[in-house]
Each structure stands twice: as C-alpha cells, then as structure tokens.
Design a protein around this ligand. Sequence first.
Ligand code: PMV
Length: 315
Amino acid sequence: MGSSHGKAILLGEHAVVYGAPALAIPVPGLTVTATAQLLPASAELGEFTFTMTGSGSERVVMQTGDGLRLLASEFKKTAGITDSPQISVRISCGIPPGRGLGSSAACARAVVLALADLFDRRLDAGTVFDLVQISEGVAHGRASGIDTLATGSPTPVLLSDGVAREPKMRFDSLFVIGDSGAASLTKHAVELLQRRFTGKPGAQAEFVHRSEALTRDAVQDLAQGRIADFGARMTACHELLGSVGLSTDRIDALVDAALAAGSPGAKISGGGLGGCMIALADEPHRAAEIVTRLHKAGAERTWVVPTGRFLFHGC
Ligand code: PMV
C-alpha cells in the first residue's frame, strides 16, 4: 500500500514553472490510498491495470491514466524488475480532481509507494520525486515539482532555486479553502499562459519577476510574524494571476467574500481557470466566519487547514 495527501499553493503558482519560487502547504485531511497486487497471468489484461474510486475518479483517470502507466514502467526499470508481472493498482482518491488540490501528484505518489511496497523496494526521496514527476509531466504539460513535493510533505514547502525546504513560520494561522465547484485542467492553464506569453514580448519576464518578488517578500513576512503583510501579498498574487486570465468570476466572488469576512488575504490557489481559492485567517472564529461567507457566496465545499498552535485547537 501507499498513501499521500492533498496540497494547496499559497504563493507562486505558474511562475514556479518558469523557475520562480512557490510556497505550498499540505492538506492532510484529503487523502489518497493505493493498493498494488500481483495478478495471475492473463492474456486479456495489460501489464498494469489501474482502478480508481472516489468522487470524480473518472476525471482523475482521464488526467493521470497515461502518466501513471509511464511511471509504472519507469518504476520497473528503476527497481530492476525484468520480467512482466501483471499488476493491479486500486486507488482510492479522496481529493476532488481538477481543483488545484494536488489530486494527480498525490495519486502518482501513492502508486509509487504502493509499487515499492509490493516489490519490497526502499526508494529514497529523490527517486520517488523523479517517478512522480514523470506522471506530473503528463498531467501539467510542464510540472515544476511543487505539487510532487507538497503532497509528500507533512510541513509547508518552499521550492526556491530548485531546492525544497520548510519555511520559518512565526505566526499561527488557519487557511480556508473554498471550492468554486468548477473543475479545470492544470495543463490547459499552463498552456494558456504559454500562449499568452508567446504573443507578448516581455510579458513572461514581468509576470515571473512580480510573482517572485511577492513570494520572497511573503516568506520574509512569514519568518518575521507579519500576518497582515503576508495576507496582502496573497491578495496581490491573486490580482497578478487574475491579470493574466487565470481567475474566474466565481473565484473572484469567493475571494471578495473572504476579504469581506476579515481575511487578511485571499487568492486563487493552483492552476486556476476554476478550482479552489484559499483565504488566510488569524483566529479560528475568523476562519468560521470566512467559511460561512464562502458558502453564502457559492462555495460548493470548504476545508480548514490549521497551522501552528491551531493544529491542536480542534477546528
Ligand atoms: O495542480 P495545480 O492545479 O495546483 O497546479 C500546480 C501549479 C502550477 O504552477 C500551475 C503547475 C506546476 O507544475 O507548478
């Protein structure tokens, strides 16, 4: 068996594909479990069979099916498996797909770990990363690795200059995630941005530069305990992503609702063109108010991710 969890990006999505830093948190309440099993040899079945359960699992299969097959055959090479056993992998995915919550990376990670377990192989973190990235490359078109890292980390992840580390967090907070109810493909969002940049000289450099400055400043805010400033950078990042066409009316309405409820900052989270938004809350009562307002503004679902001392608050 192998398991993994969801993630949410706080700052830097899309720009991270072009080498800028990005910051993400794990969403441990959204989980994926994969179970791999050897099957008796049968001519009708391919080498690998993937079965998915969970809401919207057809969409996960659509997004990740080819990538999972690729990573499974690469796993065989890495693990030195030379014969062709028939393998069935069942994936139970509790992460809603197409919402920027890391369903594709989490499924891929769970599959890699399940295959390693089945063949009794110990894979180091770098090998797991490389295998998951094979599948992510198919799902995103170009994958930065931030989802691959955050879906395997128990703590927040800062990916900067190709290196992942845990950022210093000097304030305790809660993050409220609101689902707009509209699914989208990360690949389409990544391609949309590529096309936009192709037509406008200098636009890519400007976008990446502004995102990089926001993320670097936000990391300082986090380390210095400046929650209001951190929130303001999140909202500025939302405006930046909106300015290149990645937000939607529904997401904008949810961001406005969170800010009206007293959130220090809110933004779209992940690939965009639908999916989820994320709002910062300084206290549990504020998180509860944001949840209420998000539902009134049309959120299909919400999740609260506590950090620091609020982890033990029972919210
Ligand atoms: O999987 P999503 O929709 O959260 O997108 C991940 C973030 C991107 O920057 C859009 C893509 C990437 O690989 O970094």
